[in-house]
Write a protein of this length. Structure first.
Ligand code: UTP
Length: 461
């Protein structure tokens, strides 16, 4: 247990002693908690972040970037044959049990404003199936299809770990073997106010945030999850985010292309719907593969056109990756990913009460998983069709919201039903459990009502 004087001296050395101003008013437990939180801060790291921020003026320099190669959607027979070949290779990896699913679910989900882990959000257009259930069922269905286990790793944070574990336990792991569901926590880092000072979240705890989805790589390593993967013979990690119910987890074509290319980290991309769409683009930066965020691109680069009249940087990354376990080990053992800072609204304890600020009052530091790309010897980018793979739930309303996600799900499933020969006229809602069908092909084999016309809502599975 750190003692008061040691912690005070440490704080004074870094100009942060204000944080103990209310110490005398705390209970014994609260005092211990606050001293522990302070003693855990890596002040060398924090000072470096603040200095970095001062030096850059708080914004990243415009990036000098080049176009990166992408395996585009197959159009010709030869391209379709290449896809089939890739699918066969991916399926072989799945049958051999060499692929794990990895969900990063440690985020704070502030834009959605849902109380509880974002994965507990009921996204199902009819049944209210939660995001966690959707993902877990897909993993279970795919593991059944290939007759091999697909261990499911979930990264949580201090703030949502207990709730996430409880949700899975209460739902019997959605049918997955309990031993194949592995949770680990990412690290938390303190945030600073706009003057570089630590803030309190409560009278006895520092305001902190999870260290970004880039914390996935160090987290896999530090938690022992990567050793667990090695013991199970896992070579490929299917990385995805919690908020996209349309993601194809452990996609055999994606795995196959990744293996064929000898890639260490591969990314799914789609055609941006406008130059200003708020997703990062895959590119080459200083000769290395990279994803550059939209805010780091100037308007001219965002709008630049290629020879074909398409946006030059059309390929937006949707945060779906295949990553080699050996690559995670190498990157996690290295110098670490760069830190990004952003201004956010962070609730804080002002000495009397918790204040929810109306405007940005704090700096959050985070790492991003795509910053691992430049470390890869070889990468691959695969184009996917937006309507088939991307329906993120980011906001409570408007763009990328619950409503748009449900609508996209319904549209996609309507396409499956039409492919199965069913007449579908503007449905209200459609929901198909991954356990019922993983794709249109599987649906065709199961659901063949002759001459059926479908009009309102339907849940299958
Ligand atoms: P977002 O960038 O959408 O962040 O995360 P968020 O925290 O979920 O939501 P906002 O920005 O506060 O509204 C994309 C994915 O990365 C995960 C999230 O859980 C989500 O699956 N993530 C993000 C982490 O696992 N840890 C983090 O520190 C940040």
């Amino acid at each position: 247990m750190p003692d008061y004087n040691t912690v005070l001296t440490l704080l004074q050395k870094h100009g942060q002693e204000h944080i103990l101003a209310g110490y005398d008013n705390l209970s014994a437990n609260e005092r211990d908690q606050l001293l522990e939180d302070c003693a855990r801060v890596d002040f060398g790291w924090l000072d470096a972040r603040w200095a970095e921020m001062q030096a850059s003026g708080g914004s990243a320099a415009d990036a000098e970037i080049e176009v990166a190669p992408v395996v585009e959607l197959p159009k010709t027979e030869a391209e379709k044959a290449r896809y089939d070949e890739a699918r066969a290779i991916g399926e072989e990896q799945l049958r051999a049990g060499r692929v794990a699913a990895f969900l990063v679910a440690g985020g704070q989900g502030t834009r959605l404003g849902f109380s509880g882990p974002k994965g507990c959000f009921p996204v199902g257009p009819i049944s209210g199936r939660t995001l966690f259930k959707w993902h877990a069922e897909q993993i279970l269905a795919r593991s059944r299809r290939y007759g091999a286990p697909i261990p499911f790793y979930l990264m949580t944070s201090r703030d949502n770990d207990a709730d996430t574990r409880r949700f899975f336990a209460d739902n019997n792991y959605f049918g997955l073997p309990e031993g194949d569901v592995v949770f680990f926590q990412q690290e938390m880092v303190p945030c600073l106010d706009l003057n570089g000072k630590l803030m309190l979240a409560t009278p006895s705890t520092l305001a902190m945030n999870p260290n970004g989805h880039g914390g996935a790589l160090s987290g896999l390593h530090r938690s022992g999850a990567i050793d667990d993967m090695r013991r199970r013979g896992i070579e490929y990690i299917s990385y995805f985010q919690v908020d996209n119910p349309l993601v194809t987890i452990c996609d055999p074509v994606f795995i196959g292309l990744h293996v064929q290319a000898g890639s260490e980290m591969s990314s799914k991309v789609l055609e941006k719907n406008s130059p200003a769409e708020r997703i990062g683009v895959v590119c080459s930066q200083n000769g290395r593969p990279a994803v550059v965020e939209y805010i780091d691109l100037d308007e001219a680069t965002q709008k630049a056109l290629g020879a074909d009249g398409r946006l030059k940087f059309w390929a937006g990354s949707i945060a779906i990756h295949i990553i080699n376990t050996t690559f995670v080990e190498r990157v996690a053992g290295g110098a670490g990913l760069p830190w990004h800072q952003s201004r956010k609204k962070v609730a804080y304890f002002d000495g009397e009460k918790v204040v929810k600020p109306g405007s940005e009052n704090a700096i959050k530091f985070e790492t991003f998983v795509f910053d691992a790309l430049p470390f890869a010897e070889k990468t691959l980018n695969m184009e996917v069709q937006r309507e088939h793979e991307f329906a993120p739930v980011k906001n409570a309303e408007g763009v990328d919201s619950v409503a748009t996600s449900r609508e996209l799900l319904t549209k996609y499933f309507a396409e499956w039903l039409r492919e199965a020969g069913i007449t579908v006229s503007t449905p209200e809602a459609i929901e198909i459990s991954p356990l019922y069908s993983l794709d249109a092909g599987e649906l065709r084999t199961k659901f063949k009502p002759e001459g059926f016309t479908f009009e309102r809502s339907i849940v299958l599975g």
